[in-house]
Design a protein around this ligand. Structure first.
Ligand code: IDC
Length: 447
């Protein structure tokens, strides 16, 4: 994880203003092979991996966002380490409904390559939807995944999602039978790429997969999809129970609006989902990267760009997702910028004082992020001192919400803390603790 001056707070602003890799995904360089250890996605060194990124809209409808510059921005500025390439099978222009199969395959291959170049993983998504049973187009799926896995066998960054959302009464037995065949076809070319299997009822029934998982192959995960304004505690409980039962779950699609892909944004429920996925180490991809006039589209419908997006090009969903992806680096505080970067989790020296700022809590409310810190100051100067002042610089402007055991003032992105009468005396080697404050700032951007 990169060290960054200041709090992870407002990393989004940093990303926009500096276009700096400082706000990038922590996964730099070529993405290496992944595998499962228990329910946890893991890298080759056995380190847990939580992939976080975005899904394209239907590739046939919105091919223009599959380009190298766009994918580089997803990674370098938005902090994504995952992009999902959604290829509808049965909708208008889909792979099995009259679409240009050669063009679609080329887009998939290009997309995986652009993702790899940008340092991201790519999900190849066989996006069934109105064809609720994946067995309807099983032959086409077998041929597609055989061809793609042969072409992509050398790529470590590819993840296969073999059926987006079984629905319309398709039961787990039917999905599992399909999955066994398609996984078998992929395994002929790629013995260990991660494969995601959709679950019945639009990927809400991970409980059915947990009760009867696929045991014939390794590195198989199961999809859960949610839309925050529709799906709440009941589905969250199901996710938690499935993981507890040993099922590796991947949230390969979610929205913060309702299940139609439109309607209202529900940030409170979305935050609950994010907290749960983060706690469980579950990877996720947000629907969708397009400028379609619908709530889930991340780009404003007036935006005609296909890369180089500014904040003004984002929809409300887009701002929220970018805030989520770019803002989740471990919140870190250090000395003000001019005193130089310092390891943020280690104390920073300021004028003979060792300053340690630790994030104690953070939460979202009304589109703002709230960050509670505790400060510990140690007099390292070798001489007794009377009175102290510390300055803390954040990535962007903050508002002071509360502060204790200090006198606080904020100017722009700098918070100054001075001693109270009762903790001003600091003998050599002495420490002041129990100093703390809460600041807020634009984090998971709202409206
Ligand atoms: C939606 C798109 C919308 C499109 C529709 C039908 O947002 O523009 O017209 O599909 O093709 C899903 C599906 C995903 C849906 C999305 C929102 O996986 O394809 O996209 N959704 O309805 N599952 C739950 C919600």
């Amino acid at each position: 994880m990169k060290k960054r001056i200041c709090a992870g707070l407002l990393a989004m602003l940093l990303a926009w203003t500096l276009a700096a890799p400082g706000a990038a995904s922590d996964r730099d360089g070529a993405p290496g092979p992944l595998h499962l250890e228990g329910t946890q996605l893991t890298d080759a060194n056995g380190e847990p991996v939580q992939l976080r990124g975005v899904s394209t809209h239907g590739l046939a409808w919105y091919p223009q966002y599959v380009n190298a510059d766009c994918f580089r921005q997803l990674h370098d500025q938005w902090g994504a380490d995952l992009v999902r390439l959604a290829m509808y099978t049965a909708e208008y222009g889909g792979y099995c409904s009259g679409g240009d199969q050669e063009a679609l395959k080329a887009l998939v291959l290009d997309g995986v390559a652009y993702a790899a170049d940008a340092g991201m993983y790519a999900i190849v998504d066989w996006h069934i939807l109105s064809d609720g049973d994946p067995n309807i187009h099983k032959d086409e799926a077998l041929a597609f995944f055989s061809e793609m896995s042969a072409a992509l066998a050398e790529r470590d960054n590819v993840i296969y999602e073999i059926c987006n959302e079984p629905n319309g009464g398709t039961d787990w037995t039917a999905v599992k039978a399909y999955a066994l065949e398609v996984i078998g076809a992929i395994r002929q070319n790629d013995p260990d790429a991660v494969i995601i299997v959709g679950t019945p009822e639009w990927c809400q029934r991970v409980d059915l997969a947990a009760a009867d998982p696929i045991t014939e192959y390794d590195n198989v995960m199961y999809a859960l999809h949610f839309y925050a304004d529709t799906h709440r505690d009941q589905l969250r409980d199901r996710l938690e129970a499935a993981v507890a039962a040993g099922l590796p779950v991947f949230v390969s699609e979610f929205g913060i609006c309702d299940a139609s892909g439109s309607g209202a944004v529900n940030e409170d429920e979305a935050a609950k989902w994010v907290r749960l996925m983060d706690r469980l180490g579950v990877s996720y991809a947000a629907w969708n990267l397009s400028n379609k006039d619908e709530t889930s589209a991340m780009l404003d419908s007036g935006c005609q760009k296909t890369s180089g997006f500014d904040e003004a090009d984002l929809s409300q969903s887009g701002r929220w997702v970018v805030g989520l992806l770019s803002g989740q680096a471990p919140p870190e505080v250090s000395a003000p910028a001019e005193s130089g970067a310092a390891a943020a989790d280690a104390p920073v020296e300021q004028d003979g004082l060792l300053v340690e700022a630790k994030l104690a809590n953070s939460w979202q409310s009304g589109g703002e992020g709230y960050y509670q810190y505790t400060l510990t100051l140690t007099n390292a100067s070798g001489a007794d001192r009377e009175g102290w002042t510390v300055e803390l610089a954040f990535d962007g402007p903050v508002t002071l919400q509360d502060g204790w055991n200090g006198v606080y003032s904020v100017q722009g992105s700098t918070l100054t803390v001075q001693a109270k009468d009762y903790n001003a005396d600091l003998p050599a080697g002495g420490t002041v603790a129990d100093v703390g404050f809460i600041v807020s700032g634009a984090a998971l951007a709202g409206d």
